[in-house]
Design a protein around this ligand. Structure first.
Ligand code: GLU
Length: 487
């Protein structure tokens, strides 16, 4: 019998969507799409104190940007409280959960004591045998005294919980080492454990695909599924993602939120490809995958057990590859908003699409990020160039010989009728010869003069786009600077 695969992405809206969390979403999505199943999004927002404004929108934006579409949801756990309360009541009625009246102060003292005695932390089960039936007076008294209890799971004290994780294989946890964790908090909200299990069951999730940090939760969840009379889903815990120095991936390694990557000008297809290889591979050589290829080839069996390294250089390389693969129109369209955002605000808007379209062919080869496009093409847009005058003087030249070369060049350019790349090339090559300069010396001086940069796309094309008038004006300005230097 084939089952319909159903996976989910279940983020807590406690911050902006970390690339690690999006990698989890991607693997769950790929698995569902590979099997022709369903992928759903569930926002686990039961921790009221840790909710961050704007986080849900950023999470959904991040998913949409990468093309990770969902078939159901987003569900919000905060809108499903009744379900969790029903499950909690069921557990109490079956003797699998109990109310705990321990004050935060008592728990704090207990924790300190445990640290002092170097015993594993965890609730000491003080209220475990304080059930209403066992000692109705005591619990009754506490409730009238205004103490709102929490509900705890009654952990079996013997045996082990074992399960087969699709990635990690056979996993065994000793029940006695797990404490009686909280199911319902005193504010009436369920904990992650309860809400997660109830929802994965109600939403008929077949495969729980999530980060390795949740592995210790899995045995608790399995016991909870069993206590609730549910069949547990299959589990697949994905390997950690580390920075290149093998420490936990953090801000220090560059951006971490997926929306930041988007804003820096990574392409979604490159990001998708890169994230797809964080812990999964087809073989040890294939690096480039389209979305369809990832879907076709993805399997949990090929997810590695060892941590994946987030290598920003590789991501940048990959992004460059994807940028160069874009059609010119597509690249122009994607680069446009970055120019619009990053060029000085006093420049005339809207920018001319036709003009931008002349420049993008020169930039596409060189940009690794869309966010670099403005820096690489500034001199096409801004009037004033700001550069160190010494950059005009090339190797083997002096201030005087540069002045002389630029003066002659200026005169010759002024006489030109057509200012296109071929004409410029013919003219400037023969001029270099006449001036007894190496082509590189003359072109170098000219490049700095007209762009303010020492490395640019091909000079003649660049000059043709800048146009005769602007080039001549900039050569004048360069000459002024040089003359000031020589006096
Ligand atoms: N809300 C948890 C998280 O933020 C979900 C973990 C799970 O997938 O079970 O990652």
């Amino acid at each position: 019998m084939t089952i319909l695969v159903r996976t989910r992405f279940a983020p807590s809206p406690t911050g902006f969507p970390h690339v690690g969390s999006i990698r989890t979403a991607l693997f769950a999505w790929l698995f569902a799409r590979h099997h022709g199943g369903k992928f759903l999004v569930r926002i686990e927002d039961t921790d009221v104190t840790r909710k961050v404004k704007g986080a849900v929108a950023a999470i959904l934006d991040g998913l949409s940007w990468l093309g990770l579409d969902w078939d159901e949801g987003p569900y919000f756990q905060s809108q499903r409280l009744e379900l969790y309360h029903k499950a909690a009541e069921y557990l109490v009625s079956r003797g699998n959960a109990y109310y705990c009246y321990c004050s935060p102060q008592r728990l704090e003292e207990m924790r300190k004591e445990q640290v002092k005695r170097k015993v594993p932390p965890g609730y000491d089960r003080h209220c475990r045998n304080l059930s209403k039936t066992a000692s109705p007076n005591l619990s009754g008294q506490k409730e009238t005294a205004g103490i709102t209890p929490v509900l705890r799971f009654k952990m079996p004290l013997t045996d082990q919980t074992r399960f087969q994780d699709i990635i990690r294989g056979n996993v065994v946890f000793k029940n006695s080492l797990m404490d009686d964790f909280v199911l319902l908090k005193s504010d009436g909200y369920p904990t992650y454990h309860l809400a997660n299990v109830v929802d994965d069951h109600k939403m008929e999730i077949t495969h729980v695909i999530r980060a390795e940090e949740w592995l210790p939760s899995a045995p608790r969840h399995i016991l909870l599924y069993t206590a609730l009379g549910y069949t547990p889903p299959q589990f697949a815990h994905l390997p950690l993602i580390l920075g290149s120095d093998r420490s936990k991936l953090s801000k220090r390694h560059g951006a971490v939120s997926i929306t930041e990557y988007r804003d820096q000008g990574y392409l979604p297809e490159a990001m998708l490809n890169f994230l797809g290889l964080l812990g999964w591979s087809l073989d040890d050589k294939t690096e480039l995958f389209t979305q369809e290829e990832l879907i076709k080839n993805f399997s949990l069996e090929r997810v590695s057990k060892t941590a994946a390294i987030f290598n920003t250089e590789k991501l940048n390389w990959m992004n460059g590859v994807y940028i160069r693969q874009l059609s010119l129109d597509d690249f122009t369209q994607r680069a446009f908003p970055f120019l619009d955002k990053d060029l000085p605000p006093m420049m005339k808007r809207p920018l001319s699409v036709d003009y931008v379209r002349q420049i993008t062919p020169l930039i596409q080869e060189r940009a690794k990020l869309l966010g670099e496009v403005t820096q690489l093409s500034r001199y096409f847009f801004v009037e004033e160039l700001d550069y160190d005058v010494n950059l005009l003087i090339n190797k083997g030249m002096t201030c005087e010989s540069t002045i002389q070369a630029l003066e002659v060049t200026k005169e010759r350019l002024r006489e030109l009728e057509t200012f296109d790349a071929e004409t410029l090339e013919v003219l400037l090559r023969s001029l270099a010869e006449k001036l007894k300069l190496k082509a590189g010396q003359l072109f170098g001086a000219l490049r700095t003069a007209v762009t303010g940069e020492t490395a640019t796309p091909p000079l003649f094309q660049t000059m043709a786009i800048l146009g005769g008038e602007r080039c001549l004006r900039r050569i004048e300005e360069a000459l002024d600077k040089l003359k000031k230097l020589s006096v």
